[in-house]
Design a protein around this ligand. Structure first.
Ligand SMILES: NC(=O)c1ccc[n+]([C@@H]2O[C@H](COP(=O)([O-])OP(=O)(O)OC[C@H]3O[C@@H](n4cnc5c(N)ncnc54)[C@H](OP(=O)(O)O)[C@@H]3O)[C@@H](O)[C@H]2O)c1
Length: 280
């Protein structure tokens, strides 16, 4: 991976941080995308120290806001001549229904629309690479997911897990539709489940009982962040998957996505609605 340019969104914490360290150890140039300068600077230090690699940089963006993603993509296009790997990893759980400045519900805005917009805006730079991989961090939660397009902009009885499951199903659908749009090119795009991983994801902004539930679950059943990064690192760097595209992975192995995740018409409809709410 020496001198490959790799972008990792949410690279300052959890799975994204461990992914960045592992790929930095392989000699890649790492560019993390973070929303806090302070956290970004600390993470750059940590990744450099842990990997012995000094080519670690950060970009700042609030990925829930389309304007910020557009500025981010423009900055990346200015600073890099090529992107070899894009890892869409940043995400979260959102306890309450809240619209972003674009009028989109926060969970789907952060977990799906950011993947959709950033990937499309960087596609030209990715196509310039002879390596060209896109890795979308989804979740096995997608197996329970359903898409309700109206819920993207309206409160239809919001529930934290339903919204999360929907957003992770959207990751799988987006991956598969993009793979079919890119078929015949050298660019690959795959999605993955990182495992239940002992990160802070369930403790950010959630009610105390949800945070407690998550902390216990993650501590009792969760794997380490290093283990949680394994499939992302595999999809970004293994020669075994250099020609594999449009697949879902769990524990570094291909796994059949849900029926809904494999529904081509639903994928096309998601793309159409996404473009309507987030023009490319
Ligand atoms: N942990 C699990 O068990 C698990 C299971 C399945 C799937 N996943 C998926 O794995 C991915 C990483 O999750 P994690 O567990 O590592 O969570 P995490 O420790 O909370 O890390 C999430 C990262 O995303 C960043 N982020 C969130 N919203 C952002 C925004 N609006 N703009 C910019 N950055 C933003 C966070 O920044 P801050 O540090 O500023 O918050 C953080 O760097 C997510 O896509 C999640 O859905 C996790």
């Amino acid at each position: 991976m020496k001198n490959r340019n790799i972008i990792v969104t949410g690279g300052n914490a959890g799975i994204g941080l461990a992914t960045s360290i592992a790929l930095a150890k392989q000699g890649a140039n790492i560019y993390i995308v973070c929303r806090s300068r302070e956290k970004a600077e600390a993470a750059v230090q940590e990744i450099s120290k842990a990997s012995g690699n000094s080519h670690i940089r950060y970009f700042l963006a609030d990925l829930s806001a389309q304007k910020s993603v557009r500025v981010l993509a423009a900055t990346i296009r200015n600073e890099l001549s090529v992107v070899d790997v894009l890892i869409n990893n940043a995400g979260g759980v959102f306890p309450e229904f809240k619209l972003t400045e674009d009028g989109i519900e926060s969970c789907i805005a952060t977990n799906h629309f950011a993947y959709f917009l950033l990937t499309n805006l960087l596609l030209e730079l990715i196509q310039k690479s002879d390596y060209a991989r896109i890795v979308n961090v989804s979740s096995n939660s997608h197996y329970r997911g359903k898409i309700d397009f109206e819920s993207f902009t309206k409160d239809k009885g919001y529930f934290i897990t339903t919204a999360y499951e929907q957003s992770k199903l959207a990751n799988v659908l987006f991956t598969n539709e993009l793979a079919s749009r890119l078929s015949g090119t050298h660019v690959t795009v795959n999605s993955l489940h990182p495992g239940v991983v002992n990160t802070q994801i369930g403790n950010k902004g959630t009610q105390w009982y949800a945070a407690l539930f998550w902390s216990l679950t993650a501590k009792l059943f969760g794997v380490s962040i290093e283990e949680g990064a394994r499939t992302s690192v595999y999809l970004a760097s293994s020669p075994e998957v250099s020609k594999v595209s449009g697949k879902y992975f769990d524990s570094c192995k291909e796994r059949k996505a849900s029926e809904k995740g494999l529904d081509k018409n639903l994928g096309k409809e998601l793309w159409r609605v996404s473009e309507q709410l987030c023009p490319l």
